[in-house]
Write a protein that binds this ligand. Structure first.
Ligand SMILES: [Zn+2]
Length: 423
């Protein structure tokens, strides 16, 4: 493997010897309180998934203010600009997500208590958004010239039924990206490099319905739904790669003495392997149809009950080697800052999409302590949070290369390949 020959540790050591890099690290440390203030300012602009426009506009203005060029808001609402490198280097994306899980009208005003700031979305992903801006500022402040280009900004639709639509759009609309970093709340030593995939279906059984006594013998959608759940609930799935299923919501029925006309369930399936996810999906879809067929057959009917399965969530799974350059660089910068690097287990983040496409990607912890994610008690503690920013800063510099100091550790990909599947 080519990457094994890269002198990652040596490159990071050389970067740390550079005066401009040290200046950047000091700037980031001194900028800790201001970064927190900006994090609060962004968090206090509500941004539910699908309603990220207002926050997106503010974010664009902030990137402009720092001096990032060619900033655009694309069709779906992603905000990205470019900090050009010297030329002929790789292109790296650095981003966070604009959206939160909190509906419009949620009180997002920040409140300080015991050194922590409480506000829904303050950490996820208020922290990431603030870190990305802090990196832009540190780069501009130090006037460091990178070899490759930094594509810097924020995505929409990372949460829930947003279904990673921002990052999917990014990768379907441009094919010049060689690497990807997303910043999420988390300790600075943590790196996520595997993506958990998911498929979610809304399944609806429909039939003619009728009186429970008078129309007895009519095929029953609720009974069909019950048969489907009985089948799904005893499915064996591998523990490794972790693969799971869940029927999370059921509804249907009008009264106790009515044969219902409809019955609906929501099924969630996940796996760290795309292959296992696809296997599970086709098995579950087959069982859903079988349940309708069995209910019809039992009542001596054909097609009295029909079933539709609507895909409402589709996040690709992806894995890459922990030896890949992007993962190793993140690990080494963590160690260089005096921390023991930790590789996180797979999760679902914007990085899923590039990892699935075979493009090197990691999700990095933005620093500070945080908790209560996705709840109204979400909080963030900014103590020593700058270490997260420093780690991202060094990782970006090492991957893009620092003109005249180090070569890029991120490899330029063949741009001729544009068969990116559906994303
Ligand atoms: Zn997040």
């Amino acid at each position: 493997m080519k990457e094994a020959h890269l002198d990652i540790r040596g490159s990071i050591t050389r970067l740390l010897e550079e005066e401009a890099v040290q200046k950047g690290l000091s700037f980031i440390k001194a900028d800790n309180d201001r970064t927190t203030e900006e994090q609060i300012e962004l968090t206090e602009i509500e941004a539910p998934t699908f309603q990220e426009q207002v926050r997106g506009n503010v974010y664009k203005a902030k990137l402009e203010e720092v001096g990032i060029k060619d900033i655009t808001i694309d069709e779906v609402g992603n905000v990205f600009g470019t900090r050009k490198g010297k030329g002929d280097g790789p292109a790296l994306v650095l981003c966070a997500h604009l959206d939160t899980v909190f509906p419009s009208g949620t009180d997002v005003k920040a409140k300080w208590r015991d050194g922590k700031v409480f506000a829904p979305g303050i950490a996820d992903d208020g922290r990431g958004l603030a870190v990305v801006l802090a990196i832009a500022k540190a780069l501009q402040h130090t006037e460091i010239e990178t070899a490759g280009d930094l594509i810097i900004g924020a995505t929409v639709g990372e949460e829930g039924l947003g279904d990673l639509r921002g990052v999917k759009h990014l990768f379907s609309s441009r094919h010049d990206i060689d690497g990807f970093i997303s910043v999420e709340p988390g300790e600075p030593e943590r790196t996520t490099y595997l993506g958990t995939g998911s498929k979610r279906y809304e399944v609806t059984y429909e039939g003619p319905g009728g009186h429970s006594f008078g129309a007895f013998g009519t095929a029953n959608p609720i009974h069909a739904l019950g048969k489907a759940i009985a089948k799904i609930s005893t499915l064996s799935v591998p523990a490794e790669p972790k693969t799971t299923y869940n029927v999370g919501i059921i509804h249907g029925g009008t009264s106790i003495n009515t044969i219902s006309e409809t019955a609906t369930m929501f099924v969630d399936m996940r796996s760290n392997s795309q292959e296992e996810l696809q296997k599970l999906e086709s098995t579950v879809l087959r069982m859903i149809q079988q349940a309708a067929d069995e209910e019809n057959a039992f009542r001596g009917k054909s097609n009295e009950i029909t079933v539709t399965s609507k895909l409402v969530g589709d996040r690709p799974a992806g894995s890459q080697s922990s030896e890949s350059a992007i993962v190793q660089v993140a690990q080494e910068t963590t160690a260089a800052l005096g921390f023991t690097p930790v590789l996180d287990s797979a999760s679902s983040t914007d990085s899923n999409v590039p990892i699935h496409l075979g493009i090197p990607a990691v999700t990095l912890g933005g620093g500070g302590k945080a908790g209560g994610f996705h709840t109204l008690q979400e909080y963030y503690d900014p103590t020593d949070a700058y270490i997260g920013v420093q780690k991202v800063f060094l990782t970006v510099l090492a991957l893009l290369g620092c003109a005249g100091v180090t070569e890029p550790l991120l490899e330029k990909r063949e741009k001729a390949v544009t068969s990116h599947g559906t994303y």
